[in-house]
Design a protein around this ligand. Structure first.
Ligand code: HPA
Ligand code: ZN
Length: 328
């Protein structure tokens, strides 16, 4: 029996994290004191309280509503990035949601400017590199998602390099959102979409047909359809896999039933991310550790997962080369 590998020193990259979902309960409680708000509906002690995806979204929205200024967002981004840099993450992409910012009373300029400030502070203190992916919120409907795509296509900040869609996967048909993705793709943005976590393989197939993403958020329920797994492998579509999120949302009962390793063995390009870390008792470091413990990956195999992420990152060639150089 070999010793379990300590994955702390492995260089990591996270492609799938919702910035508002990265706010820890203690940070959100501090924000609640600042704004004299009540968070008892979704935080108890030092944990978020929810019991299904709908309640999770309510907790997420409640936390997001307490980030109301440029400084609040700078603090959130810096805190999250410095935490994962301490786990040896060298790169992260964060999903940013203009709809949440507007609801909290921020201008887009304040939202992106605050996040960029936090990103710059974390880069200065730790070296971590970060980019932003604007997401539309599916359950707000196609018009809102198209508005988010138009905003992204206008390139409101140089660190915004991608477009995606989050929210309730089971809302509407993916074809209804195809125009939003056409707008973003035509603007040269990287494309990713949530599919195949709460909805089944048909949602993955529809996403591939109508959106043609280079990456899928989750995609793990493709495992229910062998031909679809083969298609994902053949097309080289990269999966942003978030095992901790999938377990917390009961998509799979335990890590040994999780399809990450089966997808990898089938030739699918898989990466590891935390999604909404404190909601799912996760962090990118914990995801790597869980994968090493469950499937016995060694350091080169884990580094290969990071390499896959950086090869799929929405960054310029020079940044990608710099990041890949850090894996040698
Ligand atoms: N899934 C879908 N939408 C989301 C999530 C998530 O985990 N977090 C924030 N929006
Ligand atoms: Zn997500």
């Amino acid at each position: 029996m070999t010793e379990p590998l300590d994955t702390t020193a492995i260089r990591k990259a996270e492609l799938h994290c919702h910035i508002e979902g990265a706010a820890s309960p203690s940070l959100v409680k501090a924000q609640a004191r600042k704004y004299d708000a009540d968070v008892s509906g979704f935080i108890s002690g030092d944990t978020y309280v929810w019991s299904d995806f709908t309640e999770f979204l309510t907790a997420y929205d409640g936390a997001a509503s307490l980030f109301r200024t440029e400084e609040d967002y700078a603090l959130l981004a810096r805190t999250y990035l410095e935490e994962i840099a301490a786990e040896n993450a060298i790169y992260a992409e964060i999903f940013v949601s203009p709809d949440h910012a507007v609801a909290a009373g921020l201008s887009n300029a304040a939202y992106f400017g605050g996040l960029a400030e936090g990103i710059a502070q974390a880069k200065a203190s730790s070296g971590i590199e970060c980019r932003m992916i604007i997401v539309g919120i599916r359950h707000l409907g196609a018009e809102k998602v198209e508005a988010a795509a138009r905003l992204a296509a206008a390139r409101p900040h140089p660190l915004i390099t991608g477009f995606g869609m989050a929210g309730e996967e089971r809302f509407g048909q993916v074809a209804d959102f195809a125009r939003a993705f056409d707008i973003a793709r035509d603007a040269g943005l990287g494309i990713t979409i949530h599919a195949g976590e709460l909805a089944g393989p048909e949602s993955v197939r529809a996403a591939l047909d109508h959106v043609r993403p280079s990456r899928l958020g989750h995609g793990v329920r493709a495992i229910e359809d062998t031909a679809l797994v083969q298609r994902i492998a053949d097309e080289g579509v990269v999966l942003e896999v978030c095992p901790g999120s999938n377990l917390a949302l009961n998509v799979f009962p335990d890590i040994s039933s999780h399809p990450f390793d089966r997808l990898r063995r089938a030739g699918v390009k898989v990466t590891l991310s935390s999604d909404d870390p404190p909601h799912f008792a996760s962090s990118v470091g914990r995801e790597y550790q869980m994968a090493a413990d469950a499937w016995g990956y060694d350091a080169p195999e884990l580094t290969e997962i990071t390499r896959t992420a950086i090869e799929a990152a929405f960054v310029d060639a020079q940044t990608r080369a710099n990041l890949l150089g850090q894996l040698d």
